[in-house]
Write a new protein. Structure first.
Length: 168
């Protein structure tokens, strides 16, 4: 059995032991892996959207940059989104073919290409965001605002500790 299947089977059976030491920290690592996987598969709308989660996040960053009179290049988008430059390049190429975004060369350094939205995409983007807001609202209504805020605060605290520990 390959490692992925083995890990999946272990996770389904709640057998967290990767190294077989029975260490509680090993269980924590497996749970973090499972949370990351669930996050990657999380739907943020129950209705059909024009863009997938990553595309929507990218477009949101481009909208924010435009509102702040900033321009972004692919490398910056990769860093912001936490994905590879190659993945950003593939998304940009696909969205460029669809007329969603355009690449504009820098006036001074022609090697640099800014990624910007076309004028036609804003209505689709707003429609998708409205669908996502409605769905997330339903989720928070069911979970409870207090639990959601606590979950968010705990996650941010955990990430802050992780960043601090990495830099020590």
């Amino acid at each position: 059995m390959n490692k992925k299947k083995e890990l999946r089977a272990m996770a389904e059976k709640k057998e967290w032991l990767i190294l077989g030491k029975g260490d509680k920290r090993e269980e924590y690592l497996c749970k973090i892996f499972m949370m990351m996987k669930q996050r990657d598969n999380m739907a943020i709308s129950k209705k059909k959207t024009c863009f997938n989660n990553t595309e929507l996040r990218m477009i949101t960053e481009l909208v924010s940059a435009k509102m702040e009179n900033r321009r972004l290049i692919s490398t910056q988008l990769a860093n912001i989104l936490g994905i590879t430059r190659s993945a950003v390049s593939q998304i940009v190429q696909r969205l460029e073919k669809e007329g969603v975004i355009k690449r504009l060369p820098d006036e001074v350094d022609k090697k640099i290409a800014y990624v910007e939205l076309t004028d036609t995409v804003i209505e689709q983007y707003r429609d998708d965001v409205e669908k996502c807001i409605a769905f997330v609202g339903e989720l928070v209504d069911e979970l409870g605002e207090e639990k959601f805020e606590k979950m968010y605060a705990l996650f941010m605290e955990f990430m802050s500790i992780a960043k601090r520990k990495i830099s020590e």
